[in-house]
Design a protein around this ligand. Sequence first.
Ligand SMILES: CC(=O)N[C@H]1[C@@H](OP(=O)(O)OP(=O)(O)OC[C@H]2O[C@@H](n3ccc(=O)[nH]c3=O)[C@H](O)[C@@H]2O)O[C@H](CO)[C@@H](O)[C@@H]1O
Ligand SMILES: C=C(OP(=O)(O)O)C(=O)O
Length: 421
Amino acid sequence: MVDGFKINGNKKLKGKIRVSGSKNASLPILAGSLLEEGEYIFENVPNLKDIRTMLKLLTELGIEVEKIDENSYKLINRGIKSIEAPYDLVKTMRASFLVMGPLLGNVNQAKVSLPGGCAIGARPVDYHLKGFEKLGATINLEHGYVEAVAKKLVGNKIYLDFPSVGATENIIMAAVKAEGVTILENAAMEPEIEDLCNFLIKMGSKISGVGTNRLEITGVKKLYPGRYKIIPDRIEAGTFIILAALVGEDLKILGANLSHLESFLMKLKEAGIEVIEEDGELTIEKKELKAIKIETRPHPGFPTDMQAQIMILLNFVKGTSEIKETIFENRFMHVSELNRMGANIHIEGNIAIITGGGQLEGAEVMCSDLRAGASLVLAALAAKGETIINRVYHIDRGYEKFEEKLKKIGADIERIKLGVV
Ligand SMILES: CC(=O)N[C@H]1[C@@H](OP(=O)(O)OP(=O)(O)OC[C@H]2O[C@@H](n3ccc(=O)[nH]c3=O)[C@H](O)[C@@H]2O)O[C@H](CO)[C@@H](O)[C@@H]1O
Ligand SMILES: C=C(OP(=O)(O)O)C(=O)O
């Protein structure tokens, strides 16, 4: 049996919904505790399956994990006990690969299972490995594991062929204690990378160019662990903004940071939806809705992680909208499920063409990945009738207390047990 959601849609949602801490900022920052011995306190960490996976992996590598409260942890590094990240943990979460940079950075050695492909695309790690090699590591691939070893890491000039989020994070963590200066060109600029840099700087790292695509990292011998508070989750915030636009009635969103969502907000505005911030609370104002074209891009472009959710909104906008997915080759898995709910979307190559303006009706559907799953919940809440969503373990990876938060604002959503399909 697996968990599913039963949702009765087409109800107006009212009240306040709060954004949790960022999953994608927490994961590299927690991995950063491998870099130096000492005590770390992390706040605003979302209580999610992916976070529990990372904490389990860190425990295997020798970190002591103490839960302080629902969203805070004390991590104690008394020295690395193992340098191996096993397949059974890496396979459940690709971000496990982010332990490689800090392990190399601290003890010049790491052995991490290759993450392999997943539902949204092939997702290789070649840019990570090229970066480690530039810093002086020797890489060996054997029996599905990547082994990296160096006598010592030495700073170098590294150009990323594509601004990969994970590669940027891994290389930064490997470089902060390397000898000399590392210059990382064409680095990814996502807010989660800025958060990682701010955490590392707070520990004594020397990084300049934070928030730009050229980072200059001067290695230091020692870091000084301490306390760090994670930024709000911009993808959860964006998901709630779409929710408010679809079914909100005086629905307020708390705890979001709009400066992390600029391209998304600009495209919403083009579609006729304005987000208004007052005293830290967001509300949504709808004007005349218009069909739009979107292309996913690395930050500050439109985030691929918001593509599935905005598609639900565009389904309700008269006219033909288009979404071009340029980051992952297989991120339209939600489309066939949405069409089963009455949407009219077809795919041509990497473009989804949405003929909007119709209604959605409840159906039995299945999550294929995290954001596809969130989009099905949005669709179900806006649809007439009952929707059963299977395999919500994908959603549990990235949305803290999703159904509890939705219930509190009046959604008719229930967690149920379903047969495996
Ligand atoms: C845990 C986390 O933060 N996940 C996010 C991170 O994933 P992740 O860090 O895996 O995404 P990347 O930015 O690395 O991937 C972008 C593209 O580069 C390709 N690539 C990447 C690395 C590499 O070595 N070789 C290579 O070819 C990937 O296959 C993909 O097509 O950024 C993505 C893009 O914003 C988001 O959708 C994910 O939510
Ligand atoms: C794709 C995502 O996560 P991951 O990179 O961990 O698969 C996501 O957060 O939308």
